[in-house]
Design a binder for this molecule. Sequence first.
Ligand code: 5GP
Length: 193
Amino acid sequence: MQLLEERIKADGRVLGDSVLKVDNFLTHQVDYKLMKEIGKQFAETFADAGITKVVTIEASGIAPAVYVAEALDVPMIFAKKSKNITMNEELLTAEVYSFTKQITSTVSISRKFLSPDDKVLIIDDFLANGQAALGLIKIIKEVGADIEGVGIVIEKSFQDGRKSLEDAGYKVVSLARVAKFEDGQVVFAQADA
Ligand code: 5GP
């Protein structure tokens, strides 16, 4: 997605050799106009998949996911990272190792929000090693719902996430694919949409 690549080039900051900081339009401050375009693009790509729910993981997946849900006109559910006292229903859980926080946390979704008839599109802001997406897949599979694909805003193609997801049989659609970082600049590979 050209608009997204241009924005990453203009505002993305490379940290070390494997992290991209995009906090002025995606992970902290959010550019809703860009999110709306991202939502439309995913909705177009998955238009024929019969999606009934969009699922993401808090916090940074929420912004793009809500616009994808709007464009598909379906609910968006985000997996929560900490349990609170209002969460007294049956919970579906998975352990997820966070690439950026370097800790493992238990993420959960209330069972009542997913049914075996659902066709789910997973959305996340980044794909690194695939741990977040695989955690969500585990939760969704527990209910018996179908997973129609994994939509990623920024994939770091030099990490293992895409391979792990594709090897497990899932379709991955990334709007920007980072081939490598070179002298602090982002080098893109051909995106999926
Ligand atoms: P994975 O689970 O695929 O290893 O990593 C994906 C998750 O880690 C995303 O939900 C995202 O929050 C975070 N993440 C991974 N790589 C980056 C990165 O380069 N920049 C930012 N801001 N977050 C990242």
